[in-house]
Ligand binder design. Structure first.
Ligand code: IPE
Ligand code: IPE
Ligand code: MG
Length: 247
C-alpha cells in the first residue's frame, strides 16, 4: 500500500504501482536562469530547491530509491565560478538536510569520486553517509562527480586487482558479481529514468544500471519540474509494457 495518496492526481497515477527506483538527470538549470536574465548559478540554486521538493514528494508517496545526477565527470569543463557554486550548493544542502534525514530516516548515499571535493566537504559527505546507513526510509543517491563510464572502469580495476591477488577468477565473473563493484552495489536497477530540459541523451548517466529502465523525457526545465510533472512521468511509466527482451 502507498503511504499517501494525493487527491488531485489519483485519476492519473496508481500509487499502488509505483516504480521502486526513480532516477533523474536534473538538467536545464542554466537555460532556466538565462531565460530570466539571471546568472547560471541562480539556476543551480533553483534546481537545488526543486530537488528538495521532489525528494520530499517521492518519500511521501513511497518511492524506495531516488537517484539524482547532480554533477558529472564532464561538468569540470565548465567555468570555475559555476563549478564552485555547484560545490557550494552541495555543502549548503548537506548541512541543511541532516535534520530532515534524521526525522524521515532517509538514507543518503553518494555515487561518484568524492576525492576531488574539498576535504571539509568530503568529510561531510562521509558523515551523512554514515549517519544514514542504518535508517530504513527512502534511499537517495546523489551522483556527484559521477560518470557511467568512469564507474565501470573503476569496477573493472577493482575486480582486476582481486584477480591479480588471486582472490577472484575472471572466468567466474557474472553480471550480478560485476554489479557489486559499482557505486550502486546492492541497489536495484532504476525502473524509470527522467530527463527534463528536452535533451534526448543519456549523458553518461547510469550506463550499466539503466539497461532496461523506462525513459521519460520532457521539455520542462529542472527548476520548473514539479510534483505534477513527476506524476506525469509516473503515469507514463505505468502505461509502459516492460518485456526485458521477452514477448
Ligand atoms: C544541470 O543543468 C546541472 C548540471 C549539469 C550541473 P545545466 O547547468 O546543464 O543547465 P543547462 O543544460 O545548461 O540549461
Ligand atoms: C548531465 O547534464 C549532467 C547533470 C545533469 C548533472 P549536462 O548538461 O552536463 O549534459 P549535456 O552536456 O547536455 O550532455
Ligand atoms: Mg545541461
Amino acid at each position: 500500500m502507498a503511504l499517501f495518496k494525493p487527491k488531485a492526481a489519483q485519476a492519473q497515477v496508481d500509487f499502488d504501482y509505483l516504480p521502486r527506483h526513480v532516477a533523474i538527470i536534473m538538467d536545464g538549470n542554466g537555460r532556466w536562469a538565462k531565460r530570466r536574465g539571471l546568472p547560471r548559478t541562480a539556476g543551480h540554486a533553483a534546481g537545488a530547491e526543486t530537488f528538495r521538493t521532489i525528494a520530499t514528494y517521492c518519500q511521501k508517496i513511497g518511492i524506495e530509491y531516488l537517484t539524482v545526477y547532480a554533477f558529472s565527470t564532464e561538468n569540470w569543463k565548465r567555468p570555475l565560478e559555476e563549478v564552485s557554486a555547484i560545490i557550494g550548493l552541495l555543502k549548503k544542502y548537506l548541512l541543511e538536510s541532516i535534520e530532515k534525514m534524521e526525522r524521515d530516516k532517509i538514507r543518503l548515499h553518494f555515487f561518484g569520486d568524492l576525492e576531488a571535493l574539498p576535504p571539509e566537504l568530503r568529510e561531510l559527505t562521509v558523515r551523512t553517509d554514515d549517519i544514514s546507513t542504518h535508517y530504513d526510509g527512502m534511499q537517495v543517491n546523489v551522483c556527484f562527480n559521477y560518470g557511467g563510464r568512469d564507474e565501470i572502469v573503476r569496477a573493472a580495476r577493482a575486480f582486476a586487482a582481486e584477480c591479480a591477488a588471486g582472490k577472484k577468477d575472471p572466468a567466474q565473473l557474472t553480471e550480478a558479481d560485476f554489479s557489486g563493484y559499482l557505486y550502486s552495489a546492492g541497489v536495484p536497477d532504476p525502473d524509470l529514468v527522467i530527463r527534463p530540459s528536452g535533451e534526448l541523451r543519456i549523458s553518461n548517466f547510469l550506463l550499466w544500471q539503466s539497461a532496461y529502465a523506462e525513459f521519460y523525457y520532457t521539455d520542462v526545465l529542472w527548476p520548473d519540474f514539479s510534483k505534477e510533472e513527476l506524476n506525469k512521468a509516473l503515469a507514463a511509466y505505468q502505461g509502459r509494457s516492460r518485456r526485458y527482451g521477452g514477448v
